[in-house]
Design a protein around this ligand. Structure first.
Ligand code: AHR
Length: 309
């Protein structure tokens, strides 16, 4: 009887759990931490075996991780590419091994789009445009005075850095009084954001009216630099950033940040569902875009309790 009970509990035809190899960019920001948690939670909930590798913001680590996933014959490879270019060879190796690849968060530039099955993530150009539109509006309300802007770019070569710069520049071109006077990478981290803002303040001093940071972490680092320089962030220097993490809402509540453009990191459930569909042979959309909003400081106190990351 015991043998029968055992056979009932573990049927011989039980499906083998899906194995996904996921190569993450790193742990550079509050956004990234929320993204990693979302992916791990969704995999756990779905009973997916997740092989997780942290690339520490290095493309060569991601290439290594993808090759190791191929060698382990995982069912699906997913990754958030640190930079946009340089993926053709390794993605062709995955294709030759018949392992489907799903991109999350960031895009790749490849000549053969069949090298990946789906790309799930934000429209970064639109996020840059949203930041630019907020500034156009602010400039108008501010009496049309000329405004000097400094820009903290994300990681050089990363899709969000390229696209957020492009979208912002495209929109602010409508007002010739808005000028980007300095633009440099802060690698999406607080420490680098602070360091580069210190350099901007040293060379430009009180010439700076606006800071546009490609993510909240760099803005938060820059806020510290601005305060240490004896200036008031959010007042002496208007600050616009992207992501919408809790840290940004707290900075807005404290009057130190003026607006954050949302970038949703909670991609885990969509990634896992897409991977399951691909393996089941169902058609999946080539591009899945995430819906996002814009949160100015005026709504920060009311919105903070609703924020999930
Ligand atoms: O690719 C998304 C970006 O990467 C987020 O804006 C940033 O915070 C992260 O490091």
């Amino acid at each position: 009887a015991a043998a029968i009970a055992c056979a009932t509990a573990i049927p011989a035809f039980a499906a083998k759990p899906l194995t996904i190899g996921f190569s993450q960019v790193g742990a550079e920001s509050e956004w990234r931490t929320a993204n990693t948690a979302s992916i791990k939670e969704a995999a756990k909930k779905a009973g997916v075996n997740l092989k997780f590798a942290d690339a520490q913001q290095q493309q060569q680590n991601q290439v290594k991780a993808i090759r190791s996933f191929i060698a382990q014959h995982v069912d699906v490879i997913a990754f958030s590419p640190v930079v946009e270019t340089g993926w053709e060879t390794v993605l062709r190796e995955a294709k030759n091994a018949k392992i489907p690849v799903i991109l999350t968060d960031r895009a790749v530039k490849v000549t053969d789009p069949s090298l990946y099955v789906s790309f799930i993530g934000s429209d970064f150009v639109e996020e840059g445009r949203r930041a630019g539109r907020w500034l156009l509006d602010y400039a108008k309300k501010n009496g049309g005075k000329p405004l000097n802007i400094v820009e903290l770019q994300g990681t050089t070569g990363a899709a969000p850095a390229i696209d957020r710069k492009t979208g912002f520049a495209e929109v602010i071109a409508a007002n010739p009084k808005l000028k980007v006077i300095r633009s440099q990478t802060g690698d999406f981290t607080r420490a680098k954001g602070k360091e580069v803002m210190e350099a901007f303040l040293k060379s430009e001093g009180k010439n700076i009216n606006v800071l546009y940071a490609h993510n909240d972490d760099m803005a938060i680092g820059a806020i510290q630099a601005i305060e240490e320089a004896g200036l008031k962030p959010g007042k002496d220097i208007i600050i616009i950033s992207i992501d919408g993490v809790k840290g940004a809402f707290e900075a807005m509540k404290a009057g130190k940040l003026n607006v954050t453009v949302e970038c949703n990191p909670l991609l885990g459930p969509t990634l896992i569902q897409t991977a399951q569909d691909v393996v089941a042979g169902k058609p999946v959309p080539k591009r899945i875009v995430v819906n996002e909003g814009v949160f100015p400081a005026e709504v920060a106190a009311k919105e903070l309790p609703n924020r999930k990351y």
